[in-house]
Write a protein that binds this ligand. Structure first.
Ligand code: SF4
Length: 400
């Protein structure tokens, strides 16, 4: 695993999985017929299915997917000419049966996570299928520092996950299909079909994107700037109208391998204003009303030739709640989880009820390393905004 901005701490399990997260602490093994159920399946196609937990029939046979729900999944795979037990390996988010087949609790999922992770690392699947909320909590929840929300937010994506180095497909648990709603069956079948179409696609080779970010202290790069470009500000707050608010830094990305970032200075304002007002360049920004307003109020620039707002486009492409944020889109499209973790809290308003409130960005940049982190982060934002706009405009995509 590479070091640097995307250090292991950023993309590995980040919840407090410590020694107390053990079978003893979980306790589900007590009183079941098949404690600590081992993974099962021939794994011929390199598919790893992760479900919720063993039910009564599974517990009595010491094997996953044995009851009605298992038959349902077997037939859904069968429609894709895949044998559940020959072609896949199967495990659950918790590997002892919860009493009365209740849903596993977060603590139990956390306790069992190291067991699931070990199975992934030892078998190196090409595709992990997450069936249901518990599976999402086990595999994504450990690394997703923001609110995970429900399975409805995640289902349908096929994520090129950098940590596990494989595709992750997500859909509802097959027990949901058994409730008889035709729409659910259609959704699950389509999600599975889509995920399975990635099985033989080569996994993308991701580079450390921080190497594309160039921190500069002058605007000479503008002479060779290409159109379109994405730009991003890091500021002292959400709204620019308080006289003490300022743009701390700006990044500009004009290609898939080139992004410039600089600390904003008063002597740059005229040139930046001319750039933003120039008809020659098309502009891209995530949630462009933010950049548009700050440009107007703090730089006196009326931005011309807006081309694309990846946030609006995300909403048009998929109008589910909580899917339009840049960090979510970066994970589901480019497999990078939470690259803002180290500085996110510095960017939150001190008084969330006050739109003119200040954040703690000045505290962050009071140290050299803090300023460096902010500049890299700002560069990555416009880098991913540019890349995401390409995915949306040109249709190229790893996972959607
Ligand atoms: S569910 Fe997992 S963590 Fe809990 S007791 Fe069973 S094997 Fe151990």
């Amino acid at each position: 695993m590479r070091q640097g901005f995307f250090n292991r701490q950023l993309i590995e399990d980040t919840k407090p999985f410590e020694a107390r997260l053990s079978c003893a602490s979980c306790g589900l093994y007590r009183g079941v017929l098949s404690p600590r159920m081992e993974p099962y399946g021939g794994f011929k196609l390199g598919i790893l299915n992760i479900g919720e937990g063993p039910g009564e029939t599974e517990d009595s046979r010491n094997k996953q997917w044995q009851g009605r729900v298992g038959s349902q999944l077997k037939s859904m795979y069968g429609r894709n000419r895949i044998d559940l037990f020959e072609d896949c390996l199967n495990i659950n988010s918790v590997n002892c049966r919860p009493p009365e087949n209740r849903k596993p609790e977060d603590h139990e999922i956390s306790c069992c996570h190291s067991r699931v992770k070990k199975v992934i690392e030892e078998n190196r699947p090409k595709l992990i299928m997450l069936f249901g909320d518990a599976a999402v909590r086990s595999i994504i929840g450990n690394r997703w520092k923001k609110q995970l929300k429900t399975i409805s937010r995640w289902r349908g994506y096929v994520i090129p996950d950098r940590y596990y180095n494989c595709w992750i497909g997500i859909t509802f648990h097959p027990s949901f299909v058994l409730r008889g709603e035709e729409e659910v069956a259609t959704i699950v079948n389509e999600d599975m079909k889509r995920a399975l179409s990635y099985l033989n696609k080569p996994f993308p080779k991701f580079e450390d994107e921080t190497k594309f970010v160039r921190i500069v202290d002058n605007l000479d790069f503008l002479k060779n700037l290409r159109s379109p470009f994405a730009f991003d500000f890091e500021t002292t707050g959400l709204k620019p109208h308080h006289p003490d608010h300022e743009i701390i830094c700006m990044s500009i990305c004009d290609g898939p391998d080139r992004v410039f970032v600089f600390r904003m200075r008063s002597e740059f304002v005229r040139e930046i204003r001319e750039l933003l007002e120039s008809e020659r360049y098309h502009k891209i920004a995530q949630n462009m009303k933010f950049e548009d307003t700050w440009s107007m109020v703090k730089l006196g620039a009326k931005v011309r030739n807006w081309l694309w707002d990846p946030m609006l486009a995300s909403h048009v492409l998929d109008n589910r709640e909580d899917t339009t944020g840049l960090k979510f889109q970066v994970y589901v499209n480019f497999g990078l989880n939470d690259y803002d973790s180290e500085i996110e809290h510095y960017l939150e308003s001190i008084d969330p009820k006050n739109g003119n409130s200040f954040n703690r960005i000045r505290e962050l940049i009071s140290t050299k390393s803090g300023l460096h982190k902010l500049l890299i982060y700002c560069g990555l934002d416009s880098f991913f905004e540019f890349r995401l706009s390409e995915v949306q405009r040109i249709g190229f995509s790893f996972g959607r």
